[in-house]
Design a protein around this ligand. Sequence first.
Ligand code: ATP
Ligand code: MG
Length: 142
Amino acid sequence: MPKERTLSIIKPDGVKNKHVGNILQRFEDAGLTIAAMKKTRLSRTEAETFYAVHRERPFFASLTGFMSSGPVVVSVLEGDGAIEKNRALMGATNPADADDGTIRKDLAESLEANTVHGSDAPETAAVEIRFFFSDKELISTI
Ligand code: ATP
Ligand code: MG
């Protein structure tokens, strides 16, 4: 598996429900390394930019409202097959469909408030990492 980087967001429900430590432990237990991390809050405009790919979807206004409703914890995860590894830890988009033992099955509130975001491909990972972090903030091990 190639060494990769991916962007993780612990969404406002995950921070509000105090799941940050639990989720970061899952990343480390799966062999991923946290190369950068911060707690921040997205403005409505920033959330709209980040999720621009979903602009035409009926849930766009609600999603971007939710994503800007409270603080988030953003991290860059590194390791072998990091993108797929993180997506596997997250589970299906809808927590009702997620496998047992995944973050969304165990911790999510709803389809919208589904606790975590993870990049879905190397190209989107690069754009999303750049959205949140400068080179100086990224302590890379790969
Ligand atoms: P993410 O991009 O957040 O990692 P994902 O790739 O699993 O999640 P996407 O299809 O990219 O899923 O949807 C982005 C986010 O939009 C979802 O994580 C969820 O919060 C929200 N979402 C997706 N579908 C719906 C829906 N039908 N109704 C409400 N919210 C939705
Ligand atoms: Mg997505």
